[in-house]
Structures are given as C-alpha cells and as structure tokens.
Design a protein around this ligand. Structure first.
Ligand code: PEP
Ligand code: MN
Length: 338
C-alpha cells in the first residue's frame, strides 16, 4: 500500500501519517525523488487495513494498494521511470549508456589497454571482474583483491566509472571504496544475503537475471535490494537457458519491454553472455536498443584469443568501435542518444 501526500502537505501532517502507519504495526519506506509530492510506501501485512484509515488523515491525497508481490519495484508504486545517476552518467534517461570492458581483469596491461579502448569508442562505464564465478573450480577464478588497485588505476587513467562483480556479502564492503557500482551476477541473483548486503550499500547495483529466472523472480530479487534502502537498481537481461544449444544462452529480448511495463527500474542488456558468440553481439546490441533497453553491457578484450575467460564472446576494440557506430544509428532511430 502506498500513501500519496498532497503537494501542500505539511511536515507535521507527514509525521502524523507515519505515526499512524507505525501504530498499525507496519514499516515505512519513503520516497520523494524529485517528485513534488511525498509518497509513503508501507511494508508489512496491509491486508487487514482499509485504505480509508489513511485517506481520512490530513494531507493525504490518495492511497493505492500495490497488488504485486514486488512492491517498491512495481510501476504501481512509482509511475515515472527511475533514473540512476552516478557522477553525471544517467541510466534510465534518454541516453543509452554503454558499460564495456573485459570479462575479467587479468593483468595491469590487459585491463588498462581495454579501458582506454572502450573509453575511446564512447563507453561510459568500465566493467572488469576480479572475482569470477566459474562452472569448473579448475578454471581461472579471477585475480581477487589484487585487482582492487587496478580498478582504481583504470578509473583514474580514463575517467570512466567502474563496476565489478560481488559474489559474497563480505565483498560488498571490501570492494565498494574502489568502484562506482556493484554487479550481482546471474548465478547470485537469488543469493539473498548478498542482495540484502548490496541493498545496505550506497553504491548503485547492476542486477543480472538468473540463468533460469522468471521475470517475477528477477523483480523479487530487485525488491530485496530496494527493501534494504538502496533505490539505485539497474536490471540486466543476460540470456536464459533454453533447449537451444547453438548459442550459450537465449537472449530474452521480450524481457525488455515486459520489465519496463512492470517496473520503473532501468533495464540494460548483455548480449555478450546472452549469445556467447562475438559475431552475434553487434546485431543483438542493435536489437536491444530497438526493444527499449536503457544501456548495454559488452565484453571487450584487447586480444580475445588470449582471454582467460569467455574468449569466444569478447569483442576486439576495433569490433567494439564498429558496434558503437551502428548502435548509435538505432538509438537515433528510436529517439535515444548514445
Ligand atoms: C559477467 O558479467 O561477468 C558474468 C559472469 O555474467 P553472468 O553473471 O551474466 O553470467
Ligand atoms: Mn564473461
């Protein structure tokens, strides 16, 4: 249930509504967000309470019951799109924001080379994992905490924002001072302790869809982060498991317009993991923008043939440059910019 206050509602009226809410044993999640009105979101069991109990209070404009299991993430709760802004980069606005970089930080030279290349072609955010969730325990697991300083160095060298994956709740506090955004990978979409910890962080979060997650489960995972107080969640469609074996995953572009109808959160697409094949990354990037994605996440490696993970899907800097040019044309055609 949400309570929308009148634009002219006084501080005292808002405080009174909050006290009545608490008297009913409910929790409060307040949102103002550039909107002129104050919106008070209630969390807890509101079934036994009638809207009337709040509608009669001074300063209340309307009371809306949110039917969806995901409350804070739902469009019912917030009609206008959420725009996640980090240091002037806005995700969820008119601009298509591109996050690019190697699958993993492998060495200083490799990472800085990739960073400078993606910056040159117009990426705004640099990706680079230092913890790698691998199917085999014998495969490269990431360079770990040694990579933290490299993330920082690449940010200083390029001015790009930096994001990296966190796999464990303890990673959140460890990594946060070195990065601008945290990423939760597909395999951890339902690592609820991790979601809660990221929800307590100040850093915006990129939440990737689980390999076999429904849209409902995806949005419930986002709800975990929001419900802990972090409003800056960016959803990322990265392909799901289907009977198709010719591609690594099946990129579910249905998810983009569907998610947009259900939630106010921005959604980006990762066609690198979504396809597993570098040749498919550019056409699916263009399709993602046409479908309404707010951004892209693209793996770029200076020498994909030498990559310690995901070589077949990583683009060379040159191919990435071509992708950016072609995607700009699609962005323009659908009234966005890149
Ligand atoms: C990644 O983006 O580095 C990654 C491991 O992707 P996913 O979690 O989508 O598999
Ligand atoms: Mn990868």
């Amino acid at each position: 249930m949400i309570i929308v206050m009148k634009p002219e509602a006084t501080k005292e009226e808002i405080e009174h509504v909050k006290s009545v809410v608490e008297k009913h044993g409910l929790g409060i999640h307040k949102l103002s967000r550039g909107v002129k009105q104050t919106v008070i979101g209630l969390v807890g069991n509101t079934r036994a309470i009638s809207e009337k109990q709040f509608e009669i209070l001074d300063g209340v404009e309307e009371v809306v019951r949110v039917q969806k299991a995901y409350k804070l993430a739902s469009r019912e709760f917030q009609k206008e799109n959420t725009m996640v802004e980090v240091d002037g980069v806005k995700i969820g606005g008119e601009e298509i924001v591109v996050i690019a970089g190697p699958c993993a930080v492998e060495s200083r030279d490799q990472f800085l080379e990739a960073a400078l290349a993606v910056k040159k072609s117009g990426a705004k955010i640099l990706r680079g994992s230092i913890f790698k969730p691998r199917t085999s325990p014998y495969d490269f697991q990431g360079i770990g905490t040694d990579g933290l300083k490299l993330l920082e160095e690449a940010r200083d060298a390029t001015g790009l924002l930096i994001e990296t994956e966190v796999m464990h709740p303890e990673h959140v506090r460890m990594v946060a001072p070195y990065v601008d955004m945290l990423r939760i990978g597909a395999r951890n979409m339902q690592n609820f302790d991790l979601l809660k910890q990221v929800g307590r962080s100040e850093k915006p979060a990129i939440l990737k869809r689980g390999l076999s997650a429904t849209i409902h489960e995806f949005l419930m995972a986002a709800e975990y982060i929001l419900s802990e107080g972090n409003p800056n969640v960016i959803l990322c469609e990265r392909g799901i498991r289907t009977f198709v074996t010719e591609t690594r995953n099946t990129l579910d572009l249905n998810a983009v317009p569907l998610v947009k109808s259900l939630t106010h959160l921005p959604i980006i697409v990762d066609p690198s993991h979504g396809t597993g094949k570098y040749e498919l990354v550019e056409p699916m990037s263009m399709a993602s923008i046409a479908a309404g994605a707010d951004g892209l996440m693209i793996e770029v490696h200076p020498r994909p043939e030498e990559a310690l993970s995901d070589g077949p899907q990583q683009l060379t800097p040159k191919r990435f440059g071509v992708l950016m040019q072609n995607c700009r044309k699609v962005a323009e055609a659908v009234g966005r910019r890149m």
